[in-house]
Design a binder for this molecule. Structure first.
Ligand code: FES
Ligand SMILES: [Fe+2]
Length: 453
């Protein structure tokens, strides 16, 4: 189990079978060059993905925090489709295709809002929140044969976990909790149901959704793309866990200097910032950076208590490390007790070499208005996290025109060149290392979907 540095990558080798920290059994995958890389650019693959993957699985469409009272709704765009997710008068959450049965107009145009009914902006047909037809304008001018079915909105399956609303276009999809497998259990302590949205950004990238997702599924590139992070993470000793249904986890040890660096006790700027975020005395760690990780659980517990939060259910690893989760196929979570960074990678409606990349920051609700999140959550001081403020407006950004923060900017610079290189006649296929095992696992599941007729 020990690496070339003599380190066991398991975060808690003593973890029992009920501990969320436990190392899940490895899966033996066939060793091969993945030479099906046209899936990153072919239009045929884009179409097959729509038929065999996107229309078959569960998707995270949005957050329950946008559905607090009857009539609250949000829309979710995926490839060529759009969906409305709404809280009905009975307090139920329902989801529909966002399309008018008259001539096909989109019914709801806004990202989120509150309505009494959905009224089409073209000729004002309208539907109730429960999806039933409310009114066909000038109904007597239609031959009754055309409208006698009183078309209701077309419903899609809907489920909730962790404050996320999932939808599926597949009537025969497995129950949501079966699909999620081990994830609810290992993430239970984070109590994401009660987190609020602290940032909401949608961006447009000139790469396939998988090209960019892949970069967030492994830490192998950190030493060269994010060298400054090596002052605060051990980039070589991640615990990788492969879950059911293509989901996975990598636990990134934080509060350690990379073993690739000769002096693991040197306190770099990034680690100093981490120490300061929790009000700790940085002097104590000046030439002793290697003890930050071991001390973090105790500071965080104390810090949480000061801020009125209960951290008693978190394990030491959950307190100290970055739990990077993958929800198959296109969601990653960087889970910390203080908040969760959610990334969602959506296929473009028609271009396999573009995608939409969403960032949400979920934060724990804290009643003290002066409370702020640690720097690495990327939410500026002053954001209202009391739960009383309106949700942040969705911001938009285009690759190349905005900054995504220093770390993601480094990935952003790289991935379009990967996208180009994948087309080369000289490129024979992808060769995955053990450090990229989550990608092997994800693509095994992806292939299962893509082979199903
Ligand atoms: S397209 Fe919606 S009412 Fe005509
Ligand atoms: Fe990266």
């Amino acid at each position: 189990m020990k690496s070339r540095y003599g380190i066991d990558p398991r975060v808690d080798p003593e973890a029992g079978p009920d501990s969320p920290d436990r190392k899940f059994p490895d899966i033996e995958y066939e060793t091969r060059i993945h030479d099906d890389h046209e899936k990153y650019f072919s239009d045929e693959c884009r179409r097959l993905e729509w038929d065999r993957l996107w229309t078959k699985i569960w998707h995270i469409a949005g957050r329950t925090s946008d559905l607090q009272k009857p009539g609250d709704y949000f829309t979710y765009e995926l490839g060529p489709e759009s969906f409305i997710v709404v809280k009905t008068g009975d307090g139920e959450i329902k989801a529909y295709y966002n399309v008018c049965h008259h001539r096909g107009n989109r019914l709801a145009m806004d990202n989120y809002g509150n309505v009494k009914a959905f009224v089409c902006a073209f000729h004002s047909w309208s539907w109730n929140l429960d999806g039933s037809l409310r009114r066909i304008t000038d109904r007597e001018t239609f031959d009754e044969k055309l409208v006698c079915d009183n078309p209701g909105l077309t419903e899609v399956k809907c489920g909730v976990w962790g404050g996320f609303v999932f939808i599926s276009m597949n009537d025969d999809v497995e129950p949501l909790m079966d699909f999620l497998g081990e994830l609810p259990e290992v993430l239970d302590a984070y109590d994401m149901d009660n987190m609020i949205l602290a940032a909401d950004l949608e961006t447009d990238w000139p790469v396939n959704w998988k090209t960019v997702l892949d970069a967030f599924m492994e830490g192998y590139h950190a030493h060269i793309r994010h060298p400054e992070l090596l002052n605060m993470i051990d980039d070589f000793h991640f615990q990788h866990d492969l879950f059911k249904n293509g989901h996975s986890r990598m636990i990134i040890p934080m509060g350690l200097v990379s073993p690739r660096y000769p002096n693991r006790d040197k306190l770099g700027e990034e680690m100093r910032d981490l120490v300061r975020s929790f009000g700790m005395d940085e002097k104590k760690y000046e030439n002793n950076a290697s003890s930050v990780r071991a001390d973090t659980p105790a500071w965080k517990r104390e810090w949480a208590q000061k801020n009125g939060m209960d951290y008693s259910r978190f394990t030491d690893s959950q307190l100290a490390d970055d739990w990077n989760m993958h929800i198959f196929p296109n969601i990653t979570l960087n889970a910390h007790p203080e908040g969760v960074l959610v990334m969602r990678f959506r296929p473009h409606a028609s271009d396999p070499e573009r995608c939409l990349y969403d960032f949400w920051v979920l934060a724990r609700k804290v009643s003290d208005p002066d409370y702020y999140l640690p720097t690495y959550m990327g939410v500026p001081k002053g954001a209202d996290l009391t739960g009383n403020a309106p949700r942040p407006e969705r911001a938009y950004g285009k690759w190349g025109e905005i900054t995504f923060g220093p770390v993601v900017d480094q990935d952003a610079e790289t991935v379009p060149f990967v996208q180009k290189g994948l087309h080369s006649r000289a490129f024979k296929g992808v060769r995955f290392s053990e450090q990229e095992i989550r990608l092997v696992h994800m693509y095994a599941e992806y292939d299962r979907y893509m082979k199903e007729k």
